[in-house]
Design a protein around this ligand. Structure first.
Ligand SMILES: [Zn+2]
Length: 319
């Protein structure tokens, strides 16, 4: 008999769901828009819709568990989604229980970066490496920790929030309530904010022409830098620097063998890589950087979905 896990990656803009075998083969996958504005109940109905669609592609007894990845804070003990920054109507939603009632099979849940770390460990760049950190750099910065061959989720499921390491105690207020978090300096959102601030202060740049009316995003800054725009190049150099500062903290705290980096900004990784690595090497313990490897995600844009399914598989393997 074939066996599948049903993986559900709930994102701020889309829901990816799949049936995946234990060796990582995606048998069938679907993507639907999240439409978060319609509220938690409507989104849950769309998640159920994905499940009903996918179970058509297998016999029901071939689907042995469900893994869910959510973009925010969970309470693993109470099995609830506590709070999702990009889906504000989600408060204390018992999502695993709801899905379990639909399918009558075991359901596990992790936050998205922790799920992605597990996905990279079981099916991606981290195979066979028992101590590594997964970092996603996109609109925010997230992380997942694999320690001694296991995902380290912490006591209530929220370990790995390395984007909220303070790198400037007097920095701007962050969405988490703290100040000067790493993601407020080195994420795509931060890059765009630094660009807007510079433009308001009169910096000459073509970034605004690239953005036109849609508002400045990280991609516009990379586009401008490729045209040798001086301000854009400065911004990216600064971003590489801040990434390196945060990486040094991670490397000193965990002494990982490998760091896997995913998220939208890895598309432009060549533009900030050297500065990021140099800054990290200057600041971190030499003993911790000498054998360290830093690579891009192997799973790429599939990391969320594969990660969610990996969460389901690890639940079964624990038994
Ligand atoms: Zn924060």
């Amino acid at each position: 008999m074939k066996e599948y896990v049903l993986g559900i990656d709930l994102g701020g803009t889309k829901i990816d769901a799949c049936l995946m075998t234990e060796d990582g083969e995606i048998w069938k996958s679907i993507t639907v828009p999240t439409l978060a504005d319609e509220g938690a109940e409507a989104v849950i109905e769309r998640i159920k819709g994905c499940i009903f669609e996918l179970i058509k592609y297998a016999n029901q007894d071939e689907i042995i568990s469900v893994g869910i990845a959510v973009p925010g804070v969970i309470d693993a003990e109470r099995r609830v989604v506590k709070h999702l920054p990009n889906l504000p109507s989600w408060k204390d939603v018992p999502l695993p229980g709801i899905i379990q009632n639909v399918l009558q099979i075991p359901v596990a849940m992790e936050n998205d970066a922790n799920a992605a770390a597990l996905g990279e460990y079981l099916y991606g760049s981290g195979i066979g490496i028992d101590n590594f950190i997964y970092i996603t750099i996109s609109t925010g910065i997230g992380g997942g920790i694999i320690l001694n061959g296991k995902l380290f989720s912490g006591e209530w499921g929220n370990a790995g929030e390395i984007g909220h390491i303070t790198i400037n105690h007097k920095g701007p207020k962050c969405s988490c309530g703290s100040y000067g978090c790493w993601e407020a300096y080195a994420s795509g959102t931060a890059l765009a904010r630094f660009a807007r601030e510079g433009i308001l202060n009169g910096r000459e740049t073509i970034i605004k022409d690239k953005a036109q009316d849609e508002g400045i995003k990280a991609e516009h800054i990379f586009d401008a830098a490729k045209k040798d725009d001086k301000f854009a190049l400065e911004l990216i150099e600064k971003q590489g620097y801040y990434l390196g500062v945060g990486l040094a903290n991670v490397v000193n705290a965990f002494n990982p063998r490998l760091i896997v980096i995913g998220g939208g900004l890895t598309n432009e990784w060549e533009m900030f890589y050297d500065n990021m690595i140099n800054t990290m090497e200057i600041r971190a313990f030499k003993t911790n950087t000498e054998g360290l490897k830093i690579v891009k995600t192997l799973l790429g844009s599939k990391v969320g979905m594969v990660g969610a399914a990996a969460v389901g598989w690890s639940l079964i393997k624990k038994k």
